[in-house]
Design a protein around this ligand. Structure first.
Ligand SMILES: *Cc1c(COP(=O)(O)O)cnc(C)c1O
Length: 433
């Protein structure tokens, strides 16, 4: 591979192999970074996150929609520095729990730019959202409507005393438009038999019921049909289905745009293609453009990040096993969905030896990359897996007592730790014995 050139689009924007043949992300040498901060580590190219956020916003403008909003699905990478950056870029934030709501507020998202989701919102979570008067609550089921009716009705006085809404709370109704995206079953949410949202058959009744509740102001409809979708057609079908329920001021088509995890995978539609398809598909059914929202998670953060590991051992039996100092505790996706990744030695990119890149955890299934092409991997080598900026940090665990990895932002050659590595003391910090 030619050095000094940019790498495949799986890597953060601006990544390259420097004059020493080493991977550079955000202008920082990954071998030096690994030495200074240790591994495993999530390394984020700060400019990449900004560029992607701006591209989504700009794509709405270019598609000619004047009231288009990009909502970051915070569960993809709920670290304060990431949330802060997206808040600065003017995005909205999608949260699905009280904890995510807390993190979003704390990172600087004003309550009016927050959408609360969830199929099992607790009363405490709803009270918190109402008290703050978040921008939108996406109502998921009939029990939730009754709970909200009670909280904004009989209990409204108490809410107002605590600074809650004097005005009605804006809500969306989450609909399951029976559109199946071509994706893994565990991240498919749009089919009729889903735990999320109202079936099409129940949506009209839900709309009517919400409209009766004085404390709620029905703004529109929401649908999130699944994740890691590489086709635009399911989004178009979802827009068509939602249109059957009538025209509302707000339409939120959820997230789900897929990303490339390995350079062998087909490229997803571009941000521009995706946004313009959604703008056109919704406009086709509307007399007024209204407000249009999308909720990308993965597409905003996955490719902005790489994970660094250090090789601990190399052994050969039937396969060549390269074991590193992380694994399912920092990236659960391979185990959870069989998600593919690629891996490289951070200073030798021309790998041809097929190895199993294994994690350090006590599970045979703790394999990060089943067929990694590595060049002469040796203990002490720094290994890099790109595209780890979505659902890695958020699904991290302390399995096997492994402290969770730090998050390091890199920009113009400067690195700053935005989440420190957990310590052993953190592991029992909550014990009360
Ligand atoms: C998970 C989720 C998203 C983001 O999905 P991505 O595939 O990461 O874009 C958006 N909206 C809702 C309601 C979600 O549950």
């Amino acid at each position: 591979m030619v050095t000094g050139t940019s790498l495949s689009s799986v890597f953060p924007l601006g990544s390259r192999l420097n004059e020493r043949g080493r991977l550079e992300v955000g202008g920082c040498d990954m071998i030096e970074l690994a030495r200074e901060y240790g591994t495993p580590a999530y390394v984020v190219a700060e400019d990449d996150l900004r560029t992607r956020a701006r591209a989504f916003v700009q794509a709405g403008r270019d598609a000619g929609h004047g009231d288009f909003h990009v909502v970051f699905a915070s569960k993809a990478f709920p670290c304060t520095a990431v949330l802060e950056l997206f808040a600065q870029e003017g995005l909205w934030c999608d949260v699905a729990s009280g904890g995510e709501l807390y993190l979003a507020l704390n990172a600087g998202f004003p309550a009016e730019r927050i959408v609360l989701h969830g199929n099992a919102k607790s009363e405490a979570e709803l009270r918190m959202a109402l008290r703050l008067r978040v921008g939108l609550i996406a109502v998921d089921n009939f029990d939730e409507i009754e709970r909200l009716a009670r909280l904004t009705g009989a209990d409204a006085g108490e809410l107002q005393e605590s600074g809650g809404p004097a005005k009605a709370q804006p809500v969306l109704i989450r609909v399951t438009p029976d559109v199946k995206g071509e994706t893994h079953e565990k991240i498919s949410t749009g089919q009729a038999d889903s735990k999320f949202g109202f079936a099409m058959a129940d949506a009209r009744e839900a709309i009517a019921r919400v409209q009766q509740v004085e404390g709620l102001s029905l703004q529109g409809l929401h649908a999130h049909i699944g994740s890691q979708l590489l086709e635009l057609e399911p989004f178009r079908r979802a827009a068509t289905q939602l249109a059957e329920l009538g025209e509302f001021p707000v339409l939120d088509l959820g997230g789900g745009l897929g990303v490339q995890y390995t350079s062998e995978q087909p490229a997803p539609p571009s941000t521009e293609e995706y946004v313009s398809a959604i703008v056109q598909a919704t406009a086709a059914h509307r007399t007024h453009p209204g407000r249009l929202m999308i909720e990308p998670g993965r597409a905003l953060s996955a490719n902005a990040c790489v994970t660094l590991y250090t090789v601990e051992s190399v052994k050969s039996n039937v396969s060549c096993w390269v074991a590193v100092d992380g694994g399912m505790s920092d990236n659960l996706r391979p185990m959870l969905y069989g998600a593919p990744y690629e891996a490289h030695v951070a200073d030798r990119f021309d790998g041809t030896t097929s190895c199993v890149l294994a994690g350090k955890h006590c599970e045979s299934g703790d394999v990060i990359v089943a067929e990694a092409l590595l060049e002469d991997p040796r203990p002490g080598d720094v290994i890099v897996t790109p595209a780890t900026g979505a659902y890695g940090y958020s699904m991290a665990s302390n399995y096997n007592g492994v402290p969770r990895a730090p998050v390091i932002f890199c920009r113009d050659g400067d690195a700053r730790v935005v989440v420190r590595r957990e310590s052993f003391e953190d592991l029992n910090a909550r014990d009360v014995v």
